[in-house]
Design a protein around this ligand. Structure first.
Ligand SMILES: C[S@@+](CC[C@H](N)C(=O)[O-])C[C@H]1O[C@@H](n2cnc3c(N)ncnc32)[C@H](O)[C@@H]1O
Length: 307
């Protein structure tokens, strides 16, 4: 692994982003980010949201590239683009070294041991933890799928799920729609579910969920499928869906039809401003609730199907 990277900041008119990225890649850059466009795989970009006219690119070069003259070469490439990109300024950018650990390790600081309710503990693989006698420890190495527990939507689901298992016995048959990393499915199995079915539209997520089930020794209780919710057989004592508000609303009939009488429905991934959209979609479907939990800008709605 490289010990450091070379980082250059360039301000670029929005219309010139593609051309500048192309030139920087030609110069040897192996990574570029746009500061004003943070990538959040969970929030669909708002098509009405205007893009700023001027954007800041952070361009990363590997250290084996000759450092001397790199900023000058970048300026020359920018100068070539000036006739094509009105407003582009071919200044010699400042170059700085950043430690590789900034990338590879720093994010781990934001993902530590998480205790949820009286028994559930989410532990990243690199953290040591001495469990108490009643602790259900979920060990997770975030793969290429959503769900570490640190996102508010997952956290809200985990809290609602853990609460459902405060009563004994907790839900025995569980359906996790949009299982992602499998974090909710694994949590349910560790807390006592006998049968958990996770489904996802993403094949990588299904694989990661299975890996996490194996890592936590609950693979026997968990099945994962790519099949769409509408085609899944069975009724469940708990249905979890950490998907977007619009998707929860679209799937309302199918989600409720998979609930056994008295079953618990936990809906997450709902921006607070979209709460009413989901409440309206689930009204008149024989459900009591919702109990609403909120964290940051997110809401989680919990219902119980009438027995
Ligand atoms: C926000 S992630 C949630 C992951 C995990 N359950 C958690 O709570 O952290 C949403 C997941 O739902 C999946 N998804 C979105 N729409 C879906 C649908 N209609 N059916 C099944 N999975 C869906 C996505 O592929 C993604 O893995």
């Amino acid at each position: 692994m490289n010990e450091f990277w070379l980082e250059i900041l360039i301000t670029v008119p929005a219309a010139g982003i593609d051309l500048v990225c192309h030139e920087m890649t030609e110069l040897g850059s192996t990574g570029i980010t746009v500061e004003e466009r943070p990538l959040d795989t969970f929030v669909i970009p708002d098509p009405d949201e205007g893009v700023p006219e001027i954007l800041t690119l952070k361009v990363y070069f590997p250290p084996d590239l000759p450092e001397a003259g790199l900023a000058q070469r970048v300026a020359e490439r920018l100068a070539c683009l000036v006739p094509l990109v009105p407003g582009l300024e071919p200044v010699v950018p400042r170059l700085r070294r950043i430690g590789a650990e900034d990338w590879a390790e720093n994010w781990k600081q934001h993902f530590g041991i998480l205790r949820i309710g009286s028994r559930l503990v989410v532990r990243p693989t690199w953290e040591d933890f001495q469990p108490g006698p009643r602790d259900a420890v979920l060990t997770l190495d975030p793969g290429m799928a959503f769900g570490t527990g640190s996102h508010a939507t997952t956290r809200l689901c985990l809290e609602a799920l853990a609460e459902a298992y405060e009563a004994c016995p907790g839900p025995q048959r569980v359906l996790d729609v949009g299982t992602g990393s499998g974090i909710l499915a694994v949590a349910a199995a560790l807390l006592g579910a006998r049968q958990v079915l996770g489904c996802d539209i993403d094949q990588t997520a299904c694989q990661v969920a299975l890996d996490n089930a194996r890592q936590n020794n609950v693979a026997q209780q968990i099945a994962v499928t790519l099949d769409p919710l509408e085609s899944l057989p069975g009724k469940f004592d708990m249905v979890l869906a950490n998907i977007l508000a619009e998707e929860n609303a679209r799937l309302a009939a199918a989600l409720v039809s998979h609930l056994a009488p008295g079953g618990v429905l936990i809906l997450s991934g709902i921006l607070q401003e979209k709460e009413q959209l989901v409440i309206d979609a689930f009204a008149g479907r024989g459900l009591a609730g919702p109990d609403i939990r909120r964290r940051e800008e997110w809401s989680c709605l919990c219902y119980r199907k009438e027995a």
